[in-house]
Structures are given as structure tokens and as C-alpha cells.
Design a protein around this ligand. Sequence first.
Ligand code: GLU
Ligand code: ZN
Length: 306
Amino acid sequence: MNPPSQVATGRPVPAAVYRGRLAPSPTGYLHLGHARTFWAAQERARLHGGVLILRNDDLDSTRYRMEFVDAMIEDLRWFGFAWREGPDCGGPFAPYNQSGRMDVYRAALDRLSAGNFIYPCTCSRKDIQNAVTAPHAADDELVYPGTCREKPGWRMADGGLNSDFAVRNSKFSWRFRVPDGGAISFTDGNLGGQNFVAGRDFGDFVVWRHDDVPAYQLSCAVDDAAMGITEVVRGADLLVSTARQILLYRALGLTPPDFFHCALMLDEAGLRLAKRHDVLSLRTLRGQGLLPESLRRDWNPSDKAG
Ligand code: GLU
Ligand code: ZN
């Protein structure tokens, strides 16, 4: 006898499997603010009957410490997170440690270079501060004034990097040239319509750092695409980064995922939680005998305000 067909069950077949991710950076102990955003990510994946993955964003070797990777995994488990793919359990898109994925980022950089989307920038942070006159939000990077945009001599006729330039400038970063005045619009799954203007809300941004490390914008966009992420759940502090990353998706010919930005958790003074709030690290809370269920009693993934 033939087995009953899928169709006969009448079960709707999802168009695509939802894939969400937790992407912590092991630069300190995780605190309650991370847990809250991650909890929203896990709830979204569960709601969609999807898969949650854990990615270890460990590229920043100047700030990252191995002990934090182990602590991160232990703290996430304690809090009640469960992932299907990750650095500890592997999966079809391994490796899940960004430090093991340099070839993927290099290939993306080459594609940006071939498409003439990037240029080398020799400015120091001081140079940029001195050149910028417009006011800017304190917590976002300065709008780069474009100093190195039209610098001649770095490109050979065939489009490659001129080795003389590389020798003369031992340290330079690669910047993405944003389309000035270009609109970037997307509908956020939590916050609704979002509109940004390139060159006004943010300027040319670094995709490869002068210390030869891929910048967050590039590694994140490239990995979310490579790992088949269908929805990125992250803090609302990263809305402008999402706009930058959408430009990278376009330049690399990739389809962006959906986005769901969560309200940030604020402390009693109305400031956002940062890693310096050590009293709220998951480690400390656990040491005090607090239970994860009580810590997340009032959490709602769709909260619009802190
Ligand atoms: N590793 C990044 C962070 O912790 C990921 C941010 C994101 O969700 O894109 O800030
Ligand atoms: Zn520059």
C-alpha cells in the first residue's frame, strides 16, 4: 500500500523555514539586556516553528576573550535558550565562529572591490573628528566626510589595488561608498516603516578595518545571508546599521532577510544597559539565586518602549 501523501494530511507546507539567530560577541559577560533581545529572537523562531542558530561573533580579537565564549554558552543555556545549530553542536552552515570564516569575508570584500563599491581610507579617528562639522548622535559613528573618496592613485587600470599605494600606506581601512541621497526603506516586523537617507543618516562606512579584521557590518550581513537567516531580531540601537547592511546586500546581489528590532532595556536612570552594568550580568543574577522565569516574567517581544 502506498504511504499517505503529504497533501492528504491537509497540513499547510510552509513556503520557507524560518531561520533566526542569536549573535553575541564574547567581549564580556552577557547581561539582562542581551537576554531580553535574544528571548525575543527565540520566541519569534518558536512562533514560526523555525530554527534558531547561535553564531559566535568573535572577530574582534582585541576585545574578545576565550573565557567569555564558554561563559556565554553556559549563561545562555542556564537562561533557557536552545539552538539547533551553533559552535558547540555544529550544523550545515559551519563554522559558526566568525573567526573561522575569514575566507567568506575576503570573498565578499573582493566582490565589493570588483564592483567598485569600496575605496581605501587612510584617515585616523582624529582626522575624521577634525573634518566633521555637522552635529551627530552621540552613540553612532560620525558621518564620514568623504576625505579619501576621490584620492587618486590607489587603483590600477585593471581595477586592482596599486601596490605602491599599499606600501606607502601600511594601514588603511576599506570604506563602502554610500549613494548620497539614496533612500533605504524597510518595514520592520516590530516598529513598522523605517526610512533612512544615505549620506545624511550615515556616511561611507568601514567594511574592513585597518588592522585587517572585517568590520561588523560586513561580517554580519555576509553571515546572515550565508546561513540562510530569514529574520534578524536585534536591538533598536542597530536600526541605522540595518540600513547600512541593506546597502551591502544590494551591492553583493543578496536578498536581505526580514528585520525585527526590539526596544532596548533601560536602567532606572533611563540609560541603556551596557556591559558595565555588571550587577545585571546573568552570572551575577544567577549567583544571587534568581530564576530565569522570574527575570523574564514581564517580557513581551513586541514591546515598543524600553
Ligand atoms: N555581535 C553583534 C553584537 O552583539 C550582533 C549584533 C546583531 O544582532 O546584528 O552587537
Ligand atoms: Zn579617509
